[in-house]
Every structure is written in C-alpha cells, then in structure tokens.
Design a binder for this molecule. Sequence first.
Ligand code: IPE
Ligand code: IPE
Ligand code: MG
Length: 242
Amino acid sequence: MVQNDLSGKTLPPPQHIAIIMDGNGRWAKLRGKPRTAGHAAGAEAFRRIANYCRTLGVKYLTVYAFSTENWKRSQEEVSGIMTLLARYLNEALRDMEKNAVTFRFFGDLSKLSPALQKLCRDAEERSSQYHEVQVNFCLNYGGRDEIVRAARAFAQDVADGKRCPEELTEQMLSGYLYSAGVPDPELIIRPSGEQRTSNFLLWQSAYSEYVFMNVLWPDFTERDLDAAIEEYHRRNRRFGGT
Ligand code: IPE
Ligand code: IPE
Ligand code: MG
C-alpha cells in the first residue's frame, strides 16, 4: 500500500529494509508439525514479501536466513534448512528472468556444501544484470564475524603495504564488510515477539529503526509490512541531532 502523510503527500518506502525471519519453529509447533515444516512455510513468506518489496519500490531487502549460531541446532533441522535453501535457489535460477531480482549473499559460504555454494555463486552471477530490487541473503552470517573478517582483511592490506592504519575511516571499514556498497538499512523488522538483534547487521544498524512484531514469520503478510513501514514513518530520526 502506498503511504501518505497527513497532507496527502506520498511517503517513499525505505530504500533498504532488513528482516530477521524468526518464528518458524513456533509456527510449526503450534500446528503439531516438525520444525522443517515451519521453515518451508517461512520460505513462502519470504517469496511473498520479496515480491511485495518490489511492488513498493524498495531497493534492498536483506534477510537473515541462517546465523553463525544456528549450527547449534539438530543435524536434522540444519540439513532440512539447507535442502530448502537449495530448492529455493534452484527455483530462483529457473524464474530469474520473470522475477528480475538481484541476489547477493552475506556470510561465510565456505561452510556450506559445495553444491549450495555453487547455487549461491550462480544466483549472484546470473542476477547481476538486474537493477530493480536486490535481495541480500544472510547465510551463515554473524555481525561479529563480519566485523572480524573486515578487520582481518584491512590488517592484511596494511601488511601488504596497500594501506596504512591512519587512513582507516568508518567509510573505508564499511567497504570491507559483506555489505560493501549497500546503504545501511533504514528499517529492521523482527517478527516472532523476540526483541534482540541476535548478531544481525551490528555495524550497519547504528541508526536503523527497529520494529518488533508479534506475528510469527510464516504468517507475515503484506499488511504486516505496511504496518511496519507505517510505524517507521511515525518515527522521528534524529541521528544525534535535535
Ligand atoms: C527462524 O525461525 C529460522 C532460523 C533461525 C533458521 P526459528 O527456527 O528460529 O523459529 P523459532 O524462533 O524457534 O520459533
Ligand atoms: C535469528 O534467529 C537468526 C535467524 C532468523 C536466521 P534465532 O532464532 O536464531 O535467534 P535467537 O536464538 O532467538 O536469538
Ligand atoms: Mg528463532
């Protein structure tokens, strides 16, 4: 839904929305189903919301799909999630032209199976020609891990004589993150009722508006996204000013 301010002026949607896709397990439990059924329903919600973001004209959608901590789950659940991811990416590759979505992956993909790594690379390569909406898929992603890697890469450039420590700025460090070149999200949504970041976009969220919602991710609809964007428009972003 296009949103207007009090004088009827159209409010642009945030350029970059990020979502912690949480609550799949509880959704399944409520229905007496295995957790994997919750993840399958969560994948459907993702499709719905990614499409809707394109309709709204959102430029970047960053979704938290699997964290560096999620390996702690049962092997059955982890492999169920990986199977669903592979299925999703195969379908995305098949429908690439129709959807015209650009894919990027944030996270340490080297821990994924070679087949899944290849699907990620193919999706990234084959979708780079589109410029409508970019989906950043966070897979084996951790905000701290991302910052450690950036620090390491910068230190390596210093050791190689390409950089000197004094020239490091916030902007330069941003360029070493998975999200290099992507503007920070204005809005981060966490469904499921939890109110924490769980290691998501620690650097990029410095001035993001958080909207926590009670809906479980598989039940998340276009109207929920409208409600989150409405809430975002009500916020007064000061960035440390008055
Ligand atoms: C989010 O849903 C999906 C992943 C973390 C992979 P959960 O599986 O965390 O669902 P809850 O929090 O247990 O309900
Ligand atoms: C965060 O959810 C990770 C993803 C949604 C992929 P979790 O369910 O893993 O987070 P915690 O354990 O509740 O903090
Ligand atoms: Mg959870």
